[in-house]
Write a protein that binds this ligand. Structure first.
Ligand code: BGC
Length: 373
């Protein structure tokens, strides 16, 4: 179910039978309510299921503001890093919970070629373009449509914005289900051939305590290969077996087990900041499973995407603040389901080209539960 409240408004979308189990914190709604410079309204939306799980979303950046999940004692806590208000979202630089695109992850030198025409996106990450470039869709106001148990955000990215060709119509639907899974469905179409790679950039900490390091989370990534990178985090093109390397998460191990190993790839990333080539795209077989023993929480990730960027929050350094803390090094981790970085320049990688008349579709599910005793 979806609840929607803007500061100063009483515009709620609450079915009457659910009202009593759907309290909204007006202070929270007010903190995330704003208007952009064009007068477009920004507001907080809350999805809630019968198990007491809630997901807060903002139409600014189509952002996951929080995901609140019960632990083994039934205590509901936020399992993502986040800000306390809209100002935090607007000034943040770490992409907490937002949708990144139109090309998430990196494009080498911001340059790519479609049908013999060279395109240039602004460089915002050393020599490269990261997450679409500055002021991309993560810093814009999306249209919101409230549905029964879901919320749809949509945006049209104009032709040539940040140098990418084509008016790209993009829709992201967040649905909260009764099995404690949050499904994210992406759909896009274009009027000129373009490149697309969209994902959500939530940082997770399943302990519920954002001051705790993520290193003791147990992680399984269903990937026999990963895409090694150069020192600027651009893939070399190789699909390297994980076997015998710190990148082998095929059998669950703590995130921190090998993170300090003497390994060139880990040095380039300052930890894990790499795309894994998934063995599965099935709705029934998880691509990733994470377990956090102190809270008893676990999360499974299912995706139709061919890869996942596993990023251990290596660049967090106490500058970003929220939830009563300054987020420190490796307190959150991201599982960005995606096509591979720099695919427009890597013909052997699955294509990220979208042509007029085609529909891009992608689905990722983050499913929460408890570790079996
Ligand atoms: C990238 C990191 C980057 C982070 C925040 C991740 O997707 O792989 O290198 O620091 O996003 O921008």
């Amino acid at each position: 179910m979806v609840l929607s409240v803007a500061a100063g408004l009483s515009s709620c979308v609450i079915t009457p039978d659910k009202m009593e189990q759907a309290p909204i914190d007006p202070k929270r709604a007010e903190a995330f309510a704003a208007k952009d410079s064009n007068g477009h309204a920004i507001q907080l939306y809350t999805l809630r299921n019968k198990n007491g799980m809630t997901v807060e979303l903002s139409n600014y950046g189509a952002t996951i503001v929080s995901i609140n999940v019960p632990d083994k004692n039934g205590k509901v806590e936020n399992v993502t890093l986040g800000y306390d208000d809209h100002a935090g979202l607007a000034s943040g630089t770490s992409y907490f919970g937002c949708v990144v695109g139109r090309y998430g992850n990196r494009i080498a030198k911001g340059t790519f070629n479609i049908d013999g025409v060279e395109y240039h996106a602004p460089l915002n990450n050393g020599l490269n373009t990261l997450h679409g470039g500055i002021n991309s869709i993560d810093k814009q106001v999306w249209k919101a449509r409230v549905m029964n148990d879901a919320i749809a955000f949509s945006i049209t990215i104009p032709d040539d914005q940040n140098g990418y060709p084509g008016n790209l119509k993009l829709k992201v639907v967040y649905s909260l289900r009764e099995d404690n899974s949050l499904a994210i469905d992406y759909t896009a179409s274009t009027d000129k051939s373009t490149v697309i790679n969209v994902t959500n950039h939530a940082y997770f900490n399943l302990s519920g305590d954002p001051s705790r390091k993520n290193l003791d989370h147990e992680l399984m990534i269903n990937a026999d290969r990963f895409t090694p990178v150069d020192s600027t985090l651009i893939p070399t093109g190789e699909l390297r077996p994980v076997k015998g390397t710190p990148f082998d998460f095929t059998i669950a191990k703590a995130i921190g087990k090998d993170i300090e190993a003497d390994d060139e790839q880990l040095k380039f990333g300052g930890g894990y900041d790499h795309n894994f080539v998934l063995n599965t795209n099935s709705k029934n077989v998880p691509a990733v499973v994470v377990k956090e023993k102190s809270s008893g929480r676990m999360m499974e990730v299912f995706t139709t995407e061919p890869g996942v960027q596993f990023y251990t929050g290596n660049f967090l350094n106490g500058v970003e603040k929220g939830r009563g803390v300054a987020y420190q090094h490796r307190t959150g981790f991201c599982l960005e389901t995606q096509h591979f970085p720099d695919s427009p320049n890597q013909p052997a990688f699955p294509t990220t080209l979208l042509k007029p008349g085609e529909t891009f579709k992608s689905q990722t599910i983050y499913k929460f539960g408890l570790i079996a005793e």
